[in-house]
Design a binder for this molecule. Structure first.
Ligand code: ADP
Ligand code: MG
Length: 352
């Protein structure tokens, strides 16, 4: 019995579709290498993101078409990833060294925007993507704390802000320039220029995903940022309460007006599972964000439970994705990060 040759294998692989791009993996040029050793075939697949949530589906589909071929006994998969850059609109200035920008927004403070931004960044980095985060919440920069970086650590620095590597993420915050607790009074134009500096004056290198933690609301800073920065898309954070949802809807319409794609809505503080009894409580209600997302015709990205470990980790500077990988919240953050990365790949494909 002879094992099939390259051409036969490639022909068989044309039956495998990328589940998101709805096209076969051969014509998408995702098959980078095929190695044949006796009865074993090793296929190398190049994904559009290392955070690809559907790796397993692709793997199963490949096995399903190759294993029935005569002479094939073992099918092994190897993965690589090549993240492409989003193409900015004509009126937007490219951020050098950054391929894709993801904005995390809400219209209200305290809903967990920075928590979501931080954990999405850490989850993307953990998948192997080169990831950065910018703390654009200038009036209350708390990304340093959430990453366990001291406020004011670059206050004496004459060269301006530099990214600091923490939990695998390149972190930049104006909080690095200001000692903790320094009250900052910003006027609109100052905010705009500070945010611009955060984006354009930092020497970024090879960043595949840059997360921006926007200030809450449709303030000058968010507006100018969303207008000028080539944002690939926005993630809107809300709690299940009506008041917060109303606010989230405002954020959605702001991005739509500015022609920035909205990736979808995350429901934070969605439910609470009592650790002693396992009983679930919907402290702030439940499911409201999904309903709102449906009404607005945008995706619902997932729900994050209330977990004391999230708050405790945030205060200690160890995000829950690093600290408690098996928790429901860490799993949800990782899944949401994968969905967002996949959405970026799909949008890029549509723009070709
Ligand atoms: N799902 C959650 N479970 C427990 N605590 C949370 C959760 N989400 C956020 N928190 C806590 O709530 C507070 C506000 O969250 P934060 O991310 O700073 O909100 P925002 O950036 O929207 O103002 C922080 O102390 C954070 O640790
Ligand atoms: Mg915040």
């Amino acid at each position: 019995m002879t094992i099939p040759d390259q051409d036969t294998i490639i022909q068989a692989l044309t039956a495998v579709q990328d589940p998101e791009l709805h096209q076969d993996i051969v014509s998408l040029q995702m098959v980078k290498d095929i190695e044949i050793e006796e009865t074993k075939i090793t296929v190398t697949i190049e994904l559009t993101t290392p955070a690809c949530p559907l790796r397993e589906t692709i793997e199963n589909d490949i096995r399903e078409v190759l294993l029935p071929l005569d002479g094939v006994e073992v099918v092994a998969l190897e993965w690589t990833a090549q993240v492409k850059a989003s193409v900015p609109r004509e009126d937007q200035k490219v951020v050098e060294g950054v391929a894709n920008i993801i904005a995390v927004a809400s219209n209200k403070g305290g809903v967990g925007k920075s928590t979501v931004a931080t954990n999405l960044a850490v989850a993307l980095a953990a998948s192997g993507a080169k990831t950065a985060i910018i703390d654009a919440d200038i009036t209350g920069p708390n990304i340093p704390t959430m990453f366990g970086l001291p406020a004011g650590l670059q206050a004496e620095n004459t060269e301006g802000l530099r990214p600091i590597d923490k939990h695998g993420v390149q972190v930049v915050s104006l909080g690095f320039l200001l000692p903790k607790g320094t009250p900052v009074v910003w006027r609109g134009p100052m905010i705009g220029s500070a945010v611009r500096q955060l984006l354009h004056d930092v020497a970024w290198e090879g960043i595949e995903y840059l997360i921006i933690d926007l200030p809450p609301g449709t303030s000058d800073a968010s507006m100018s940022m969303a207008q000028e920065a080539p944002i690939a898309g926005a993630v809107i954070v809300s709690t299940p309460q009506d008041v917060s949802l109303e606010d989230a809807m405002k954020a959605v319409s702001m991005f739509e007006k500015l022609d920035v794609p909205v990736f979808g809505m995350v429901e934070n503080m969605s439910y609470f599972v009592a650790p002693d009894t396992g009983v679930t409580y919907d402290i702030f209600g439940h499911g409201g964000a999904k309903k709102a997302a449906d009404e607005l015709g945008i995706d619902f990205l997932g729900e994050i439970p209330i977990e004391p470990a999230i708050r405790e980790g945030a205060d200690r500077g160890v995000p829950v994705v690093v600290n408690a990988q098996d928790s429901d919240s860490a799993k949800a953050f990782t899944q949401i990060a994968g969905s967002v990365a996949a959405r970026i790949s799909v949008l890029q494909r549509m723009n070709i």
